[in-house]
Design a binder for this molecule. Structure first.
Ligand SMILES: O=C(NCCCCc1cc2cnccc2s1)c1cc(-c2ccc(F)cc2)cc(O)c1O
Ligand SMILES: [Mg+2]
Length: 214
């Protein structure tokens, strides 16, 4: 049977990237998506903004909602200090299987815990399951209509602390209008928009960085 796009993306990584070299994995995926087949990775342009925010926050604990093939997982994990932990949630088991192999190819499996399932089910169980008290950084890149309910859920479950940073992908395209309105108008968040483009295209998109004020 015909291979899937994630399988072909993994093949490009295994063919063109060097084991244990996260930057070569990132480059191989970007080259594949720009020259062969578009895929919904955060991409190189928004990826640079992601890198800057990760470096600024220098997080000990990161939650990523939406792994897909592990591109942003690798981008984030490669910048983390040795004892830092990144927990990434993926709903689709086929995507999760590919992501595990991409993360392993980059040599970052020690820093990453990939969990299969839905955010609404897992967010309330983070503390007891993974012994994480709060997250210093959350990267939202999953179902766009779940950004707002899951942010409210994270607050309720107490996994955000004063100063926790939420970084949300696709706030323009496909768009997360209810989430944007909330974080930009709530007195409990300090929000900033980073204008960019939809991965590998000229279409406008951007990242919204929101600091939880507690
Ligand atoms: O849907 C997108 N990402 C979400 C996939 C959701 C799966 C998950 C749900 C879930 C629930 N719980 C836990 C984990 C998870 S993972 C997405 C789509 C586009 C796009 C697509 C077509 C287009 F023309 C223009 C933009 C661009 C992007 O950058 C995206 O991120
Ligand atoms: Mg995205």
């Amino acid at each position: 049977t015909r291979s899937t796009r994630p399988q072909r993306l993994l093949g490009a990584v295994q063919k063109n990237a060097t084991r244990g070299d996260p930057c070569s994995v990132i480059q191989a995926i970007d080259h594949f998506c720009r020259n062969k087949e578009w895929a919904m990775n955060v991409g190189d342009e928004k990826g640079c903004i992601l890198d800057a925010v990760v470096s600024e926050v220098n997080p000990a604990t990161v939650l990523e909602l939406g792994t897909y093939c592990g591109y942003s997982t690798v981008r984030i994990a490669r910048l983390l200090p040795p004892d830092a932990k990144l927990i990434t949630l993926e709903f689709n088991p086929d995507f999760a299987a590919i992501a595990r192999q991409v993360i392993a190819w980059a040599g970052l499996e020690e820093k990453v815990q990939l969990v299969e399932g839905a955010s609404g089910d897992w967010i309330p169980r983070m503390k007891e399951q993974f012994g994480v008290k709060t997250f210093d950084l959350v990267f939202l890149d999953h179902w766009k209509d779940r950004y707002l309910p899951d942010t409210k859920l994270m607050e309720e479950c107490g996994i955000l602390r004063k100063g926790s940073v939420l970084l949300a992908d696709n706030v323009i395209c496909p768009g997360t209008p209810d989430y944007l309105e909330f974080v930009r108008n709530s007195p409990r968040y300090e929000s900033q928009y980073f204008k960019s483009h939809l991965e590998y295209t000229k279409v406008e998109d951007g990242l919204e960085k929101s600091v939880f004020l507690g």
